[in-house]
Design a protein around this ligand. Structure first.
Ligand SMILES: [Mg+2]
Length: 198
């Protein structure tokens, strides 16, 4: 059974734009999505810089967001839920590997319960935390492929011969040319594309 390690934020859940609006509102700012610095490769520093708040404040607001109705009710990335169903119906095993922390795990479980109740007991969720190597995790799990939107998570290094790396196109990585991606990583533009290539 082929195992696929799939990122949650930006591949299944539209985190950045929703978190941006949540934080903006929470801080009493009046930003709209057109202010969102979406041309930048995302990490939390985009938010610390934009809102001029500390790392601690960003992480605390992220956690608050993840357990808010704004998170629970945000529609999934188009095609993602049916894409997971399709992989399972092929006899393959999608596993969520996310850089969210353990204390944020329940927010993902709750999200699946709401948006894909039929999948909630079929999908395992691993919260690896910031800084963990997803490639090493995927290799340890015996995965065939790793899907992520952030190039830093796809640095296959010595693992390119065992694992297929795919970068999922988002607004903040689409400007990266193939030669700017980690070696061996292929681009996928949406879930339909992913189901054809994976
Ligand atoms: Mg992501």
């Amino acid at each position: 059974m082929a195992i696929h390690i799939i990122d949650f934020d930006e591949v299944i859940f539209p985190f950045n734009e929703n978190a941006f609006l949540f934080i903006s509102q929470r801080l009493g700012r009046e930003n709209t999505l057109k202010d969102y610095p979406q041309h930048k490769i995302f990490d939390y520093h985009v938010f610390t810089n934009f809102f001029n708040i500390s790392d601690e404040q960003v992480f605390s607001l992220f956690t608050e967001f993840m357990y808010s109705p704004k998170h629970l009710n945000a529609p999934p990335i188009p095609g993602s839920i049916n894409g997971l169903r399709e992989l399972i119906s092929r006899g393959e095993q999608p596993i969520i590997g996310t850089a969210r922390f353990d204390l944020e795990k329940q927010s993902i479980i709750d999200y699946f319960k709401k948006h894909a109740p039929d999948l909630s007991d079929k999908i395992q969720v691993y919260t690896l935390g910031q800084g963990a190597s997803k490639v090493e995790f995927a290799t340890k799990m015996g995965a065939k492929s790793l899907v992520d939107d952030h190039p830093k998570n796809l640095n296959l290094n010595g693992y390119a011969y065992v694992i297929d790396g795919y970068i999922f196109t988002t607004k903040w990585n689409k400007h990266l040319k193939d030669y700017e991606l980690p070696k061996g990583v292929k681009r996928i533009n949406n879930w339909k594309d992913l189901l054809n290539k994976i």
